[in-house]
Design a protein around this ligand. Sequence first.
Ligand SMILES: Nc1ncnc2c1ncn2[C@@H]1O[C@H](COP(=O)(O)OP(=O)(O)OP(=O)(O)O)[C@@H](O)[C@H]1O
Length: 228
Amino acid sequence: MIRLENITKIYSNGVCALNNVSLGIEKGEFVFIVGNSGSGKTTLIKLLMKELDSTEGKIFVDDKDITRLKRRYVSTLRRNIGVVFQDFRLLDKMTVYDNVAFALKVTEASNKKIRRSVPMVLSMVGLSKKAKMYPTEISGGEKQRTALARAIVNNPPILVADEPTGNLDPNNSWEIMKLLTEINMRGTTVVVVTHDKEMVNAMKKRVVTLNNGCIVRDVQRGDYGDEA
Ligand SMILES: Nc1ncnc2c1ncn2[C@@H]1O[C@H](COP(=O)(O)OP(=O)(O)OP(=O)(O)O)[C@@H](O)[C@H]1O
């Protein structure tokens, strides 16, 4: 589903954020990416979303080489990858419902599809009663659940979460992890960047550790490890 082949990313200031990284993630996997601050985790996510271009190497998503993808096809790629960030990135002037609906509108989904899908996904994340609220009126956990609903409303085969629990207390973090597990069990490939040691140790999923731009550990049913 996702394949990085000998990926190197050197920023224009000369910093080498990823150094000859190769990584394969199968359809339906749940993978944690961990590592020290500055180890290259966010760079890896940005390359996957084609927010950045690699300096060397190839990235395949669904067998398509995205390093050679023309700019006009980037929106199609992004439709296949739902994404959640630490800071939620909701639109404050829109209600919870409209934030989620907006993700479908940009794909030119019909009103009928929007009216069917949005309530379904809000119910899945436990936010049916908050649909009319604005992001400023809901809690951090609810904001992240809104962001999660927005990320999955058009059923992307891949979900990427960059520090999804970074701004949440333990209870809300568990709630988000539970939802990510549920989404994964429905067949979505889930990639989570995190510093949350306790969570990683409890989940017993595959753990890929980056250090200084290199993969130094990759274990199935793993723990956070000492390298991160
Ligand atoms: N736009 C940029 N220009 C130059 N260097 C950058 C840029 N973005 C990141 N870097 C550098 O690349 C390296 C990897 O950064 P990256 O953000 O991928 O790390 P990270 O593992 O996500 O860190 P954190 O856990 O702190 O978010 C770091 O040395 C960082 O300073």
